[in-house]
Ligand binder design. Sequence first.
Ligand code: NAD
Ligand code: AKB
Length: 318
Amino acid sequence: MAKEKILVIGASGQIGVELTLALRKIYGNQNVIASDLREQNPLLEGTGPYVSLDVMNKEMLHVQVIRQNITQVYLLAAILSATGEKNPNLAWHLNMQGLLNVLDIAREEKLNKIYWPSSIAVFGPTSPKQNCPQQTIIEPTTVYGISKYAGEFWCNYYHQRYGVDVRSLRYPGLISYKSAPGGGTTDYAVEIFHEALEHHAYQCFLEEDTYLPMMYMPDAIRATIELMEAPKENIGIRTSYNIGAMSFSPKEIATAIQQHIPDFRMLYKPDSRQSIANSWPQSIDDSVAQQHWQWKPEYDLEAMVTDMLKNLKAKPNI
Ligand code: NAD
Ligand code: AKB
């Protein structure tokens, strides 16, 4: 493998922690530089270099890329759906300008590869609800979804016009035990585990029959690495690939948890996140990713619930 030097921006977040650790295993600890606006996540401490970095400060970002001989950037800094609706201007600003800063530097410094995640939030109420296809009507109604859809076309533009090898996945809601989620509509599917173990009860902010596309973090990390390692000629989609794994409702995940914690009780008190969830598809068609780079998820609802509870019981302080 050619020597790569990777910068992960937003490394202290829900995905960043696990992706940084996975990349360090592949490329070597010293070759993966974690960076974030906030302090280093404790799980990253002692595993490799960390720099404090604001992706909005293009000059400082450029200096770091040159100084550290960076060849690849994974850009994870963003404001997610629920937080974005509280401050739409800030969400648009960070989600767009952060991406444009990275794409510009990638073009100028001829970086090898860029990774930037999109989301199932690009889809809106007019997209198909079931098995939502790769190409379909896309009319997002959240600022987060609008920023992701615009971002996808910026990636496509920088690829076509400047040859930047930027790759992207439309992640579903991600479920993980190592680091907390950062302000999304699908966060209930992580919170539920902590509350189930601690209090044997959870008050869900979505209605019981709200189906959403979801994925367990190990599958998301593997998908990301498989996409990034796929031969260039296999990457036929330069906006962003649909990927799927499972679809469930709050009621279904509660029932799956009750198989392990029989007295677990679920209460429902929908809030403003309900309308965001209602605007998204319930399940995703990822057949294009399957064809282009052989994507295949491993975890279904039962396997994910079993693994989450096993890990959270073993390390309750995570
Ligand atoms: P997160 O909120 O947990 O982490 C984002 C990180 O970016 C945080 O640690 C934050 O401190 C950092 N950050 C914020 N502003 C920054 C700035 N100006 N400069 C540098 N760092 C900054 O988010 P996440 O869940 O890890 O998501 C990462 C990416 O994946 C985002 O683009 C998100 O839209 C996308 N995504 C996530 C999910 C999910 O379920 N987690 C689903 C779909 C897409
Ligand atoms: C969110 O809920 O905002 C994220 C996402 C699906 O992009 N988890």
